[in-house]
Design a binder for this molecule. Structure first.
Ligand SMILES: NC(=O)c1ccc[n+]([C@@H]2O[C@H](COP(=O)([O-])OP(=O)(O)OC[C@H]3O[C@@H](n4cnc5c(N)ncnc54)[C@H](OP(=O)(O)O)[C@@H]3O)[C@@H](O)[C@H]2O)c1
Length: 344
């Protein structure tokens, strides 16, 4: 049975859940997927690093008391991220550190170091994909390894792979999407009569919104996803400044009420389209959609993307855009893709 050794960079919600899945679901994976996974190293900003070439004791890591670190665990090492990533005995690095919306660092470097040292990479981090997908994909090709990032947009809902696989050749001319569950949830709650502030507080209580919701409601999270999709679906590299961005903070209760009276809904839409001259125009902003628009019915924290295509017209996929299990599944789907590529 084929085995892949995995190193986890960042040990927060997503990589912790991947570790749990690897620890608990090994038998099913072996039977269904035809390979096994073994975690041989983990590094995290606060927790430190462990390396164990025969497999890290995952239960010891997952059962750590709050506030404690990896110090004292078997295999504990004091290493910089670069030393860890370059030397850890692993076939694949799963990068799930924080997303830096300014330039993608240090995650871009994490991915580069892994690929340079002959390891494939899967990541849920939008940063390296939005800012350096071209360079990193080329580097992976040069080193004969793989760079996969399904979770960068809509967590485990297969948007990037759908476009690259089943929809290949359909002629994607653009896309429009609800790409931020928090802002969609807030708009929905405003339709139910809440003020924007009350809806934000409720989203925070349910864990949809961060303590600082600026990236979600100000549009910058969607802007990064539009940059990722523009590259993957339309083959263009956009800078942040190429994507005119507006959030939902200007949407008032009166605007919501007026829209409902006209059988319309406000949605935060990220979009990019190629015009007949080949120029791609991208934007993020609140749009007023008719009730029969395919994105109008997307409720609560669900995400959706409509691909505008030459041969099929509009094709829409909806599903979760966040969540620790949903996003850890994105990494698993990347690992499955890497295995499939290895077997070709
Ligand atoms: N959770 C989701 O629903 C979701 C969905 C789609 C995409 N993503 C993306 O997936 C990534 C991980 O998300 P998450 O929810 O797991 O975040 P998280 O819970 O904040 O975990 C990130 C972990 O990485 C650590 N870290 C930060 N900088 C680091 C560095 N330079 N070196 C080593 N470790 C570092 C953090 O340590 P500290 O806590 O000490 O800073 C934390 O333990 C993010 O980029 C996120 O945007 C998440």
């Amino acid at each position: 049975m084929k085995n892949y050794d995995i190193a986890l960079v960042g040990f927060g919600n997503v990589n912790r859940t991947l570790a749990q899945i690897i620890g608990e679901d090994q038998e099913r994976m072996a039977a269904e997927l035809g390979f096994t996974l073994r975690v041989t190293g983990v590094i995290d900003l606060r927790l430190g690093a462990v390396i164990a070439p025969t497999g890290v004791d995952l239960s010891a890591l997952l059962e750590l008391e709050p506030g404690s670190t990896f110090a004292g665990l078997e295999g504990f090492r004091e290493l910089s991220n670069e030393e860890f990533i370059r030397t850890v005995p692993a076939d694949i690095v799963a990068e799930a550190t924080y997303t830096n919306p300014a330039d993608g660092e240090p995650a871009v470097s994490h991915v580069r170091w892994a690929l340079e040292s002959g390891k494939s990479v899967c990541t849920t981090n939008k940063g390296p994909v939005a800012f350096a997908a071209e360079e990193l994909t080329r580097l992976a090709g040069e080193r004969g390894v793989h760079f996969e990032f399904e979770g960068a947009v809509m967590s485990g809902t297969p948007v990037i792979r759908l476009a690259a696989g089943p929809l290949k050749g359909v002629g994607i001319t653009g896309f429009s999407g609800i790409l931020n569950g928090t802002s969609n949830y807030i708009l929905g709650r405003m339709e139910a009569g809440l003020s924007q502030m009350a809806a934000i507080e409720e989203a925070q209580d349910y864990g949809y919104a961060e303590a600082d919701p600026t990236a979600d409601i100000g549009g910058s999270d969607v802007r990064l996803k539009v940059m990722v999709l523009a590259h993957e679906l339309l083959g263009v590299r956009l800078a942040s400044s190429d994507v005119a961005t507006e959030g939902i903070t200007g949407i008032t209760a009166e605007m919501i009420e007026q829209a409902r009276a006209e059988s319309k809904r406000w949605k935060l839409i990220g979009t990019a389209r190629r015009d007949t001259d080949g120029v791609v125009t991208a934007s993020v902003g609140p749009r007023l959609l008719d009730d029969d628009h395919p994105l109008s019915g997307i409720r609560a924290a669900t995400n959706a993307v409509t691909f505008h295509t030459r041969y099929l017209g509009d094709v829409t996929i909806a599903g979760p855009g966040a969540g620790r299990v949903e996003t850890a599944y994105a990494l698993l789907s990347d690992l499955i893709a890497i295995d499939a590529a290895e077997r070709r």
